[in-house]
Write a protein that binds this ligand. Structure first.
Ligand code: SAM
Length: 239
């Protein structure tokens, strides 16, 4: 399967994503704060408010990395599985959970495109700042639909394309010059951050991505743009 916005070879992309996140795992929080001016915390808070996790629910957080989303949902009493393709990110997450004294999270090494869970396993599926790194996005969306129960809900937090014209120019300049520099300065890794910015630029716009969610079989799909769509929450229901 190939999508128009992907012009790098699929296996090359998977390899690069692995290398990037292995490199950034240790400095992950610091870099997120530096790059977003701390705003990623607010976006994640809002995301979890939309998910509304409830006690007893089974929730799968995909591309869960160092646990940012799972930790925010933990107090709800939902049973949360944090999955990520990269064991180094999971290790940083497990260590953070231990330090925070959070118990009961399940950690699983999983590729979003080919989840090992049986169909109809979860009440909610979350993916935050993860799907743009997946090689075959439609395949990941299809598998999200598969693992959800009927009545289950899908939520995705991701960078998108802001529709505010002036802001879009400023952001473009910021991301292409400042972010790789911050990467070099704080994590001694300019290339990884160049890749991350590139992956944001290549990702489909809000309407296109919403179409892909519909195509996976979700209904009542919805987009909630933030900062004009620089970041967006996409959601949908499985019926
Ligand atoms: N959800 C976390 C957050 O919001 O802080 C982590 C986001 S981090 C930017 C992206 C994560 O996606 C990385 O941990 C990376 O290993 C993971 N990832 C990349 N490709 C993946 C795939 N095909 N399946 C599952 N996870 C993947």
């Amino acid at each position: 399967v190939s999508f128009g916005y992907q012009d790098i070879d699929a296996s090359e992309k998977a390899g690069r994503v692995r290398a990037v996140f292995s490199n950034v795992a240790a400095k992950y929080d610091l870099m997120n704060d530096a790059m977003s001016g701390g705003m990623h915390r607010l976006w994640k808070d809002r995301f979890v408010r939309r998910v509304k996790p409830r006690a007893g629910e089974l929730i799968l957080d995909v591309a869960g990395g160092t646990g940012d989303i799972a930790f925010r949902m933990h107090a709800s009493g939902a049973a949360i599985t944090v999955s990520d393709i990269n064991p180094q990110m999971l290790e940083v997450g497990m260590e953070r959970a231990r330090k925070k004294g959070l118990e009961g999270l399940i950690w699983a090494e999983e590729n979003a495109e080919t989840l090992s869970f049986p169909s109809a396993s979860f009440d909610a599926y979350t993916i935050a700042f993860g799907i743009r790194n997946v090689t075959h996005v439609q395949q990941a969306l299809n598998d999200a639909h598969r693992v959800l129960k009927r009545g289950g809900r899908f939520f995705c937090l991701e960078f998108s394309t802001t529709l505010w014209p002036g802001f879009s120019d400023v952001y473009d300049r910021y991301s292409h010059t400042m972010v790789p520099k911050l990467g070099k300065l704080l994590a001694n890794d300019e290339e990884s951050y160049r890749y991350l910015i590139e992956s944001i630029r290549r990702f489909p716009d809000m309407a296109t991505f919403k179409g892909m969610i519909d195509k996976a079989g979700f209904v009542q799909s919805n987009v909630e743009p933030m900062l004009g769509g620089l970041v967006a929450i996409h959601s949908g229901w499985k019926i």
